[in-house]
Design a protein around this ligand. Structure first.
Ligand code: ZN
Length: 152
């Protein structure tokens, strides 16, 4: 358990310091802004899509270490993947963070993202970890350009 704790910290800090795909993507097919007012996390996500595949992804934003690391690791995980696969990863990620008890198959599919499983014990931080994914799902749906973790 302490191993997972160390891995978690190491990964989060690494991605916070050197976020992957931290760039404005021009041109892009979709861009959606995400807010988590409870923590102050802000995110702007860009997607390039081609034939049902996420061919490129970029993000900008400010926020806590968890939100930034989660966005960074998400971009790594979804780049070059089909929308179908992205939906599957999201479903498992969301399940792990809200219900818990990730199966072996879930863990395998999630890979490094499984380190966020521990966040479930801190309900206030779950939104930090899921903001980027919520923003991604909105971007893929393509019918909104702003998403908030809080309904206002
Ligand atoms: Zn946050």
């Amino acid at each position: 358990m302490s191993d997972l704790g160390d891995l978690y910290q190491e990964l989060i800090l690494d991605h916070q310091r050197r976020p992957r795909n931290f760039k404005v993507l021009e041109p892009h097919d979709r861009s959606v802004r995400g807010h988590n007012p409870l923590c102050g996390d802000e995110l702007l996500l860009f997607l390039k899509l081609d034939g049902g595949v996420v061919t490129d992804v970029g993000f900008q934003g400010t926020g806590c270490a968890i939100s930034k690391a989660s966005a960074s690791m998400m971009t790594e995980r979804i780049k070059g993947r089909t929308i179908e696969e992205v939906n599957d990863v999201f479903r498992r990620f969301h399940h792990m963070l809200t219900i818990g008890d990730a199966s072996e198959e879930d863990q395998e599919v999630l890979g490094k993202l499984a380190v966020f499983g521990g966040v479930r014990e801190f309900p206030a931080r779950v939104k930090c970890a899921t903001l980027s994914w919520q923003t991604l799902m909105t971007a893929l749906a393509g019918d909104q350009t702003v998403v908030s973790t809080e309904q206002t």
